[in-house]
Design a protein around this ligand. Structure first.
Ligand SMILES: [Zn+2]
Length: 81
């Protein structure tokens, strides 16, 4: 039996939970097509760099990437440049 580093296992679980969330929100197709970008910096959002999902309007959601400055700006609710 191979001992995988814990981090990889956690990431795998998060990935699956994340896709379930996208399904629930109805945005999985757009996400997989690469249509979503970080609400702060504009980087393309992928499973590997997504950190926060938040409701944007009735049928859409916004994403925040893992960059510390994006997380800080989101939490402080600073205006987007
Ligand atoms: Zn960002």
């Amino acid at each position: 039996m191979v001992n995988l580093p814990k981090k990889i296992q956690i990431d795998a679980i998060l990935g699956e939970e994340f896709y379930k969330l996208l399904d629930k929100l109805g945005v999985r197709e757009g996400f997989e097509a690469g249509n979503y970008h970080c609400h702060i910096c504009g980087d393309k959002i992928e499973v590997k760099n997504v950190l926060i999902v938040f409701p944007l309007c009735e049928n859409d959601v916004g994403f925040i990437c893992r960059k510390p400055e994006c997380i800080t700006r989101y939490k402080l609710n600073l205006p987007i440049e």
